[in-house]
Write a protein that binds this ligand. Structure first.
Ligand code: ADP
Length: 384
C-alpha cells in the first residue's frame, strides 16, 4: 500500500489537539486524511482534507466513516469498538487494533491485563457498584485511604479520586469502577514505544511527568527523566514488556510510577500519541506523531533519539474563566530564545481545559524547568 500516491487515505477518529499534531505530519508528506469528530469547531478540522461531523461512539457513524479510508487510527479511546472490529474483518487496517482499544478503554480490563501478564502494577479490586465498595470496607477487604477510578470515560484526572473517609464515598457517582492501593509516588514517568506492522519496535527517551496534585493533571514534562541509569533501564524494560504483551501497531504510552521505595510499576497505558510526548516535536529527531504515522503506515521508524533536553508546560484554562479564549502575555514568552508555544485552536476556554503547551529547549534541564515555571506564571489562558 503506497501512501505517497495520494490515492490512499488515512482516517482519524477524533479531532482534538492530538489529531491536529498528527496532521502536521500528513501535511508534510501530502497524505490524504479524513477526520471524524462530534464537534465541528475542533483543532484538527483545518489541517485535514475531509472533515465529518459525528458521534465517535455510534456504530453506524464510525463504520461508514471507516469504509471511506484505507487505514484508520484514533486520537481518543472512547470510540465504538464493535464498528472497528467489523471494519477489520472487512479488510480495513485499524491501528491500534480493536483488541488493543478494548483492553485500554476500560480501566478494570486494563488492570486485569497487567495482572494476567505479570506486569507490575498497584494492587486493585474491580466493582460494579458503590454498595460493593462499602461492603468490602466493612469486611476490611479494602481500607482507607485508597484511589478510586471510574472504569470508562475518565481522562486528565477527571475520573480519579483519592478517598480518605466515608464522606468521600458519598460523593462518588454510581458506575463500574476500580479501587487501587494508594501508592507512595516519588516520580511519575512515561515511556513511548512505537511498533510497526512488520514488527519494528523503538522507544523514545524516558520522560518525567510532574503533576499538579490539586487538579490531578500533568503540569510539566521533562525529557529525559531525572533518574539514575538503573531505574531508566528498568522503566524501559517494563514498557517493552507491556508493548510485547499488547501486540499493538502504532504507539503505546506506558505511564509508570517510581515509588518511594524505588520500585517501578505501571499506572496505565494509552494506545496513541500522548500529552507526555508533545516535547518530542522539538527535542527528538523524530516526534511521537511522526513515529505513530510511520508505524501505522508500515514505514521505516524514524530516529527517536534526543536532540536537546527539554521541558514542556501545559497551558490550561484559568480557574475563573469560561468563554471565548484569549492568551494573555504570549508575546512576552515568544520573545524568549528556544521557547516554542503551541496553541491548539479551541475556541472556548474552561477551568483546567488543555488549551496549548509550550516547549522549552535547553541543554541544562534544570534551567529549562526554571524557564517553564516562569512561563507558567506569565501566560494566562482567560476568556475575553
Ligand atoms: P487519567 O487517566 O485521568 O490520567 P490516572 O490513572 O493516570 O488517570 O491518574 C491520574 C493521576 O492520579 C496519576 O497520574 C497519579 O498522580 C494519581 N494516581 C493514580 N493512581 C494512583 C494510585 N494508585 N496511587 C496514588 N496516586 C495515583
Amino acid at each position: 500500500m503506497n501512501f505517497f500516491s495520494n490515492s490512499k487515505s488515512l482516517g482519524i477518529l477524533g479531532g482534538g489537539q492530538l489529531g491536529k499534531m498528527m496532521l502536521y505530519v500528513t501535511r508534510k508528506w501530502d497524505i490524504k486524511t479524513y477526520v471524524l469528530n462530534p464537534n465541528e469547531d475542533c483543532p484538527a478540522k483545518l489541517a485535514c482534507n475531509y472533515f465529518f461531523k459525528g458521534d465517535l461512539t455510534d456504530f453506524d457513524t464510525v463504520y461508514k466513516f471507516g469504509k471511506k479510508v484505507d487505514v484508520l487510527t484514533i486520537e481518543i479511546e472512547n470510540v465504538n469498538v464493535e464498528a472497528l472490529e467489523k471494519l477489520e474483518n472487512e479488510g480495513i487496517k485499524v491501528f491500534p487494533q480493536s483488541k488493543v482499544i478494548r483492553i485500554i478503554k476500560n480501566k478494570c480490563i486494563q488492570k486485569e491485563f497487567f495482572k494476567k501478564n505479570k506486569i507490575p502494577t498497584s494492587s486493585f479490586n474491580t466493582y460494579k457498584n458503590i454498595d460493593q465498595i462499602k461492603k468490602d470496607l466493612s469486611s476490611e477487604k479494602i481500607r482507607f485511604p485508597f484511589i478510586w477510578k471510574s472504569a470508562v470515560s475518565g481522562y486528565d484526572g477527571y475520573g480519579v479520586k483519592a478517598i480518605y473517609c466515608k464522606e468521600d464515598i458519598e460523593l462518588l457517582h454510581e458506575q463500574e469502577s476500580l479501587v487501587e492501593e494508594f501508592v507512595k509516588i516519588e516520580k511519575e514517568l512515561a515511556v513511548i514505544i512505537s511498533r510497526s506492522e512488520n514488527g519494528q519496535v523503538d522507544s523514545f527517551p524516558v520522560l518525567e511527568m510532574n503533576f499538579n496534585n490539586d487538579i490531578n493533571q500533568v503540569e510539566y514534562v521533562l525529557c529525559p527523566a531525572r533518574v539514575d541509569e538503573k531505574l531508566y533501564q528498568k522503566a524501559k524494560d517494563i514498557s517493552y514488556k507491556v508493548s510485547e504483551c499488547l501486540d499493538h501497531v502504532g504507539l503505546v504510552v506506558v505511564e509508570l510510577f517510581l515509588t518511594t521505595n524505588k520500585d517501578i510499576i505501571v499506572n496505565e497505558i494509552a494506545p496513541r500519541p500522548h500529552n507526555s510526548g508533545h516535547l518530542t516535536i522539538e527535542s527528538c529527531y523524530t516526534c511521537q506523531f511522526e513515529q505513530h504515522i510511520r508505524s501505522i503506515l508500515n514505514l521505516p521508524l524514524g530516529l527517536s533519539k534526543i536532540k536537546t533536553s527539554a521541558v514542556m508546560v501545559n497551558l490550561i484554562g484559568d480557574e475563573n474563566h469560561t468563554g471565548p479564549v484569549q492568551y494573555k502575555n504570549i508575546e512576552q514568552i515568544l520573545a524568549i530564545d528556544s521557547v516554542i508555544p503551541h496553541i491548539y485552536g479551541k475556541k472556548e476556554t474552561r477551568p483546567h481545559r488543555k488549551m496549548g503547551h509550550v516547549t522549552v529547549l535547553n541543554s541544562k534541564i534544570e534551567k529549562a524547568l526554571q524557564i517553564a515555571k516562569k512561563i507558567k506564571k506569565t501566560i494566562k489562558v482567560i476568556s475575553k
